[in-house]
Design a protein. Sequence first.
Length: 162
Amino acid sequence: MLWDKELVDTTLQIVHFSGDQNGNLLVCDDGGGIFQLERAPKVEQKPFPSKLSETGLFISTKKNKPHPGLIPYSVNSPLWSDGAAKERFIALPGGEKIDYTSSNGWNFPNGSVLVKTFSLGDKKIETRLIAKQSNDWHGYTYIWDEAQTDATLIPSGGLDRD
């Protein structure tokens, strides 16, 4: 009998499965770690906000005023984006901090959000959010309206636009 169902959503690089003497399923990672699968508690996921103004990241999307808790940043080697200007911010939950280790690099706490807004001239085009949720990063893109007052979340399947 074949069975094809996702057991786990993980960032591990699984190379082997095994069992211990108690019948528990063990997972071996490419980095040398051995992990035991545990059932995750059921968590009701709220839908991600459909408007950028509903995320709490901006005091005013109309005036392009980010929340004062956001940390502006830039990158040393920005990628070319058809001449678009980019504004970047980091949002950290509560009093959390970003960790750094030589083996894992930068470690952001759950609830962190990276924000990047693309503009051509004075016109905002899109704002991208990368949010760390349940130890995994998820991307969301908002397209700005013609009035430049708010942006709407695009569907997960994407959007083609001239």
